[in-house]
Ligand binder design. Structure first.
Ligand code: NDP
Ligand code: 2IT
Length: 449
């Protein structure tokens, strides 16, 4: 039996019927189903057990009210969520996002992607995601603390080191994880690895802050190696200026590449000479300590600032979208390719629209989809879980080698399942199939549950 686009349409009709209006979730499922449906066409065990239908329905979605008080004493209300997507190969694992754009659809797309990503790491982690429509911008430290405490007061009922282990994502970094871990400890009287991305003093892993951005560059490096090419001498454009973007930039510079751009939601900076490590440290301080805007870089160092725009029109060799979902559409992908971009490694989750991905694939450029390219972060979270469970802490050299090996293995899995006649590697297809197999086989073993 062969499955053509008619089967994809029929499958997607079912997804849309069950989850009306959840456009980000539909998009993430469609990208996966387009490669998995042909893969399982001649594998009746998966089809008879309705594995893909079950994998596209979360185990459960929890939503709750978060009530907190701002500094002026006003009572404020937000909505919190935890989507526990799939725990077939390990406890639910995935970040928490605080951003006004958070909806159930956004968290379902992220939890769905996370299930495949975590499988690709080869570590025992299921998929989940959480967050709130809370806007951290402009909030005082005390307001952030009260919000995190209120959020965890409800979340505590659903998480645990063998149940569900959240971490950071957009708007949630070391400060927020500290506040949430403190509240977890206070309410449960337990000290354990319920969250990852913790401070070093209380069980956090070395290299976790760097891991996502570094991992995305390692994936880029492995892709370039297949063409006997390297990062050295390459011009890179990067979006975002948060955790993932700044560490991706750092590793590009370590490898002898030039980083031309970084951005935030208000615009991008273009430093023609390349952002140096010293200037990058200035940006990290700006974002983490002073919570300032990227435009301040242009004033400080005399670089160009393009208000309200994204960096995709700047000619480059390689691009790393590291801000948010759907930040590159079809037109922008076409512009990248026209300007000579040979490789895209996605630090952000689902930063390219389906139209944009189709441009990469038809131009046959090197394209690492987010679930493969940014898996280094959650992989290092998995290593943090192991250290916490064993009450040990590994040295930076050990972790660095483990992260490098995990990214090599993910690259190899993409090549194994994504190689096509003529030698082109469809990394998206490879990542989807490699991620699917482990979860699907575990689900088969459990029977109809
Ligand atoms: P941060 O909060 O540290 O930084 C986010 C950056 O992206 C900021 O520069 C922010 O700008 C920008 N940004 C966020 N939302 C938008 C938007 N709607 N439009 C334009 N710019 C936006 O988050 P992270 O660096 O942790 O996360 C970035 C991406 O990487 C996300 O897609 C996340 O899911 C993904 N990711 C993160 C991992 C991690 O370990 N942290 C692991 C794997 C993936 P501004 O400050 O103006 O909002
Ligand atoms: O999207 C992601 O992989 C993350 N935000 C990190 C998740 C984690 O549990 O470290």
């Amino acid at each position: 039996m062969s499955i053509g686009s008619g089967d994809l349409d029929e499958f997607m009709d079912g997804v849309r019927r069950r989850s009306p209006g959840e456009t980000e979730f539909h998009q993430a499922v469609q990208e996966v189903a387009a490669t998995i449906l042909p893969y399982i066409a001649d594998k009746p065990a998966y089809r008879d057990a309705m594995i893909l239908e079950r994998m596209t329905e979360p185990d459960r979605t929890i939503s709750f009210r978060v009530t907190w008080q701002d500094d002026a004493g006003n009572v404020r209300v937000n909505r919190g969520y935890r989507v526990q997507f799939n725990n077939s190969i390990g406890p639910y694992k995935g970040g928490i996002r605080f951003h006004p754009s958070v909806t159930q659809s956004v968290l379902k797309f992220l939890g769905f992607e996370q299930t495949f990503k975590n499988s690709l790491t080869q570590l025992p982690m299921g998929g989940g995601k959480g967050g709130a429509d809370f806007n951290p911008k402009g909030k005082s430290n005390a307001e952030i603390m009260r919000f995190c405490q209120a959020f965890m007061t409800e979340l505590v009922k659903y998480v645990g080191p063998d149940i569900d282990v959240p971490a950071g994502d957009i708007g949630v970094g070391g400060r927020e994880i500290g506040f949430m871990f403190g509240q977890y400890k206070r309410t449960t009287n337990r000290f354990n690895g319920v969250l990852t991305g913790k401070g070093r003093e209380f069980g956090g892993s070395l290299l976790r802050p760097e891991a996502t951005g570094y991992g995305a560059v390692y994936m880029l490096e492995d892709m370039l190696h297949t063409k006997n090419d390297a990062i050295e001498g390459k011009k890179a454009i990067i979006s975002g200026s948060g955790n993932v973007a700044t560490h991706a930039a750092e590793k590009i510079i370590h490898r002898g590449g030039t980083v031309l751009t970084l951005s935030d939601s208000a615009g991008f900076i273009y430093d023609k000479d390349g952002i140096t490590l010293e200037r990058l440290q200035w940006i990290k301080d700006l974002k983490e300590k002073r919570r300032g805007r990227i435009s301040e870089y242009a004033t400080e160092f005399g670089a160009e600032y393009h208000e309200g725009l994204q960096p995709w029109s700047i000619p480059c060799d390689v691009a790393l979208p590291c801000a948010t979902q759907n930040e590159i559409n079809g037109e922008e992908a076409a512009t990248l390719i026209k300007n000579g971009c040979i490789a895209v490694s996605e630090g952000a989750n689902m930063p390219t629209t389906i139209d944009g991905i189709n441009h990469y694939l038809s131009a046959r450029i090197l394209y690492a989809p987010s679930k493969a390219a940014n898996a280094g972060g959650v992989a290092t979270s998995g290593l943090e879980m192991s250290q916490n469970a064993a009450h040990i802490s590994w040295k930076e050299e050990e972790l660095s080698k483990l992260l490098r090996d995990i990214m090599h293995n993910i690259h190899a899995a993409c090549v194994e399942y994504g190689s096509e006649k003529g030698g082109y590697v469809d990394y998206m297809k490879g990542a989807n199939i490699a991620g699917f197999r482990k979860v699907a086989d575990a689900m088969l073993a459990f029977g109809a549950i």
